[in-house]
Design a protein around this ligand. Structure first.
Ligand code: ZN
Length: 136
């Protein structure tokens, strides 16, 4: 079994935004040469999220708006006593930061409308995404 690892660096430009990294991730899958196995994508950050969904602007805006409704940026958060980003930590915990997908015959098995979307909640900043492939 082969194991292949890489990291994708990217910058966010706003406090809150959705970044579509599908093209970059699929490029890493091609570079790995692994045709059958597992793709593990992890966002090693506590104030951003990783989800799979449609990369359409309306979906992106709806996602940001709904997360703000569920976890308003300002609230009576204990963490805000030392850092002003408690809402971002909570959103990251709710949505998650890691996804695992099968790779079959060189293709990542995913739905037509399942793009890899990073939800930034504490930008702007430089982020990285880890990409691990295991297989043959
Ligand atoms: Zn914090």
């Amino acid at each position: 079994m082969k194991v292949w690892y890489s990291e994708i660096s990217f910058s966010t430009r706003r406090r809150s935004e959705v970044v579509d990294l599908t093209d970059q991730i699929l490029q890493e899958v091609r570079k790995s040469g692994i045709r059958n196995g597992l793709l593990v994508v992890n966002l090693p950050h506590a104030t951003a999220c990783l989800t799979l969904n449609e990369g359409e602007s309306g979906v992106k805006n709806d996602l940001l708006r709904k997360l703000d409704e569920l976890v308003p940026p300002s609230g009576n958060y204990e963490h805000d006593r030392i850092d002003d980003n408690a809402h971002a930590h909570l959103k990251s915990s709710l949505v998650g930061t890691c996804r695992v997908l099968p790779v079959v015959e060189g293709r990542v098995v995913r739905g037509t409308w399942q793009n890899f979307l990073v939800v930034e909640e504490d930008g702007p900043r430089t982020r990285r995404l880890s990409v691990l492939l295991m297989g043959e």
